[in-house]
Structure formats: structure tokens, C-alpha cells
Design a protein around this ligand. Structure first.
Ligand SMILES: [Zn+2]
Length: 162
């Protein structure tokens, strides 16, 4: 087993592909892919999909590049919208759509990106557990970026009003 250098979850030590800018250990990327397949293949898991993608992205910010800057910004805004504003996943998707047209700045990732990782979700045994754990995961990932909450709120408001 191997600790993912980014989210600090413990994953099988395997060789394999990883994402181009959401950098992770191969084992972590593999488990995330399996979580996504569960969500794509079963409607009762699907309702967590927005939060799953956002949580994974902000726990794997990678290093400063145009794509990482945009990725971290839009996924944090989505988490903000759903968790703090109580908006629907659909509303968050729309906000993200508008956000892709704007430029943001790099937010230097915090050292700890949350105590819950994809591993906790992967270990769940049914849709109910899955959905509950994704919610905890999303909250833990969002809280980890606490020092940027004000700026994320401002960016979101700016987009909403544009
Ligand atoms: Zn990871």
C-alpha cells in the first residue's frame, strides 16, 4: 500500500495511469475511476457525482498551470455553491459553465487537504453509504481550503452577477 502524496489516502501500490494535471498516485486514480464507474452505472449513486468530481479535483490540485488554476477555482466554487449556499448540483454546473470563460489566480494548496479521501468512498458497500460518505468527503475537502473561502465566495458572486 502507498500513501497518495496529494490526498494522503492509502491506496494499492500499483503502476498505472494518472490524470494529466489532477496529480495523484496511480492507486488513488484507479480507485477514483472505480468510484466514477459505480456512479455512471447506477442512478442511486449518480446523485453524488457532482460532489465526487469536485472533491477529488480539489484534493488533487497538482502544480500551478493554466489548467490547474481553472480546475481548482471552478471545483471550489461548485463546492461553495452546494455546501454553503445550498444550491442544486445543476445550479453548480451552470456556475461552472460560466466560470470557464473567466481567468482566476492560483491558490497555493493547503498542506492538509481533508481527513476524508476517495478511499473512504471506495470502501462503502451500498448507495446510501456511498452518498453519505461523499457528502462528508466534500465537506472535508471544502473545509481544507478554508483560508480561500472568502475569495471563492467573491469569485462566485462575481460570476452570478455577470
Ligand atoms: Zn489521492
Amino acid at each position: 500500500m502507498l500513501e497518495c502524496f496529494s490526498c494522503k489516502g492509502i491506496y494499492p501500490d500499483i503502476d498505472g495511469p494518472t490524470h494529466r494535471y489532477m496529480e495523484s498516485s496511480p492507486g488513488c486514480w484507479q480507485m477514483y475511476s472505480e468510484i466514477l464507474s459505480r456512479e455512471y452505472s447506477d442512478q442511486s449513486y449518480w446523485k453524488s457525482h457532482r460532489l465526487t468530481v469536485d472533491s477529488y479535483a480539489v484534493q488533487h490540485p497538482g502544480t500551478e498551470s493554466n489548467q490547474s488554476i481553472q480546475s481548482v477555482a471552478v471545483h471550489l466554487m461548485s463546492l461553495y455553491f452546494i455546501i454553503e449556499e445550498g444550491k442544486s448540483h445543476e445550479a453548480a454546473r451552470k456556475l461552472m459553465g460560466k466560470a470557464t470563460k473567466l481567468k482566476f489566480q492560483w491558490l497555493e494548496p493547503p498542506k492538509c487537504l481533508g481527513e476524508i479521501s476517495a478511499k473512504n468512498v471506495w470502501l462503502t458497500e451500498n448507495a446510501n453509504q456511498h452518498n453519505k460518505t461523499v457528502e462528508l468527503w466534500a465537506n472535508s475537502a471544502w473545509n481544507a481550503w478554508k483560508k480561500y473561502h472568502t475569495i471563492i465566495r467573491e469569485w462566485s458572486k462575481r460570476i452570478e452577477c455577470s
